[in-house]
Design a binder for this molecule. Structure first.
Ligand code: ADP
Length: 467
């Protein structure tokens, strides 16, 4: 099957085209022979149609001759008169439109000659009738004239017999040709169909082979892809593990630095220049610590080392702790801070309070950070078997194209060094990873200059479990 080449198919197609052409020619020939045959059949039929009226005329002229020859021995003038009328009507038959239009020039000549004889013998015929079939002189002249008429009419006989014969012969010949053309056409038709089918089958087989080859390439590709994927997953896990360890190692000395600089600061007098510098060291140290904590969180989640707690949580207490932490920040910026806790929510739920706090405070601190006037609100609602943490603000909003990437690590709408707001660009990435780890989802809607709304939906696990 593999040896089917393009050339094989081309050969089959060329042969098919040749046979199709030959078939066309043969069909044309068949059509021509068919037409000739139909023509001959019609001519033969016409000759036959013509033969009959001439034969009748022949018979009546003969009858007339018999009556004239017999005279009063057997016939009366009335008999002769009747026979004359019958004969005249036979001439009339030939002259009817349907027969007349079929007459060949030869037959036309015969007809006019016969009519001339018929016209000439009328006076003698009338005189003979009038004599009561006794006038011998008229009888003889009439017999003579009738002989001539008979001879003229008899010519027609041979004329159409000859023609019928000729057409018959020609027809036999054409029938033979017709049969040959039929056989040739059928053979060519079968061959063309066979070659066409062969070309199609060859092409199909070739396509099947190509498809099989493509399939195996694809399979090989997907195996390779699988392998690369596994390597990538391993590399990513190693990276996260490395980051987690490194962050942990960095945190310990940094905490010492911060601790000692805090202690020194306490001991220093207010105006000291060193105190200002030390304060900057402490602020930078805190920022670094935040960054390290965020990286540590992300790495823990990614490397699968973060295990979510499943502890009973008193929801009102938890929310109060969030408000306590963040309301001061809102107040400092002169923003209103609204909280709403849906009464349909159970007072106790099961979950990881520390991680829930991380989600809520990240969203709330962003809301406060990016809002200069108006309000920030925190709504907790129940929705069937889920609960929702919604944080809304009336801040600067997020451009539509940025909604796609703000959840990616280190992505900020304003990523320039001159940006007004601080931050690591890891907050939302951590929020999304935590929400997904809790089998929930997060959606954001925002309008530039109007504000933003972050909506976290989580499965609700009341404690103790509701019936
Ligand atoms: P950052 O540490 O920069 O706040 P996040 O991951 O928390 O990092 O947020 C990423 C970016 O998303 C922010 O830098 C900010 O551009 C945008 N963003 C997040 N929350 C809001 C909000 N409430 N209003 C406007 N922009 C926001």
């Amino acid at each position: 099957m593999n040896s089917i080449s393009r050339r094989h198919i081309q050969l089959a197609v060329v042969l098919f085209a040749l046979f199709a052409l030959a078939l066309l020619g043969s069909l044309l020939h068949l059509y021509n022979v068919f037409q000739t045959r139909a023509d001959l059949l019609e001519k033969r039929e016409n000759t036959f149609l013509l033969g009959r009226p001439f034969q009748r005329l022949q018979r009546e002229v003969l009858n007339l001759s018999v009556i004239v020859a017999s005279g009063t021995e057997g016939f009366t003038p009335a008999n002769l008169q009747l026979q004359r009328d019958i004969t005249a009507s036979r001439f009339f038959d030939i002259n009817t439109e349907s027969t007349y239009r079929l007459l060949t020039p030869e037959l036309l000549a015969i007809l006019s000659e016969s009519e001339a004889h018929w016209g000439n013998l009328q006076p003698d015929l009338q005189a003979y009738i009038d004599s009561g079939l006794t006038d011998q002189a008229h009888q003889q002249r009439l017999a003579q004239s009738l002989k001539q008429l008979e001879l003229a009419v008899n010519k027609a006989d041979s004329e159409y017999v000859v023609r019928q014969d000729r057409y018959g012969r020609e027809l036999t010949q054409v029938e033979g040709q017709f049969l040959e053309a039929q056989i040739l056409t059928t053979v060519l038709l079968v061959l063309a169909i066979l070659l066409g089918a062969t070309a199609v089958i060859l092409q199909l087989r070739r396509s099947a082979v190509a498809l099989q080859a493509a399939n195996s390439t694809l399979l090989a590709g997907s195996i390779e892809l699988d392998r690369i994927n596994q390597e990538l997953a391993l590399a990513s896990r190693l990276k996260s593990e490395f980051l987690a360890t490194m962050s942990h190692e960095l945190r310990t000395p940094l905490n010492d630095i911060l601790g000692y600089s805090g202690l020194i600061l306490l001991d220093m007098n207010e105006e000291s220049k060193t105190k200002t510098m030390l304060s900057r060291i402490e602020a930078s140290g805190k920022h670094l610590l935040q960054l390290i904590n965020d990286i540590l969180d992300i790495s823990k989640i990614e490397s699968g080392r973060m295990i979510l707690a499943n502890e009973p949580i008193e929801l009102p207490l938890l929310v109060n702790s969030w408000v306590g932490r963040l309301k001061v920040l809102a107040d400092a910026k002169g923003l209103e801070f609204h909280t709403m806790l849906d009464s349909h929510l159970p007072a106790m739920i099961e979950g990881d309070s520390e991680r829930l706090t991380q989600i809520a405070t990240n969203l709330l601190s962003n809301a406060i950070k990016f809002t200069d006037q108006g309000q920030v609100s925190l709504d907790l609602k129940r929705h069937d078997h889920e609960w929702i943490i919604e944080v809304q603000d009336t801040g600067k909003g997020i451009p539509a194209d940025a909604l796609e990437y703000i959840f990616d690590e280190f992505r900020q709408v304003d990523g320039s060094y001159q940006r007004v707001h601080g931050g690591t660009g890891l907050g939302l990435a951590i929020v999304r990873k935590l929400v997904h780890a809790m089998q929930g989802n997060i959606r954001v809607t925002s309008q530039l200059g109007q504000g933003s709304s972050f909506r976290v939906t989580l499965p609700l696990k009341p404690y103790p479990q509701e019936a």
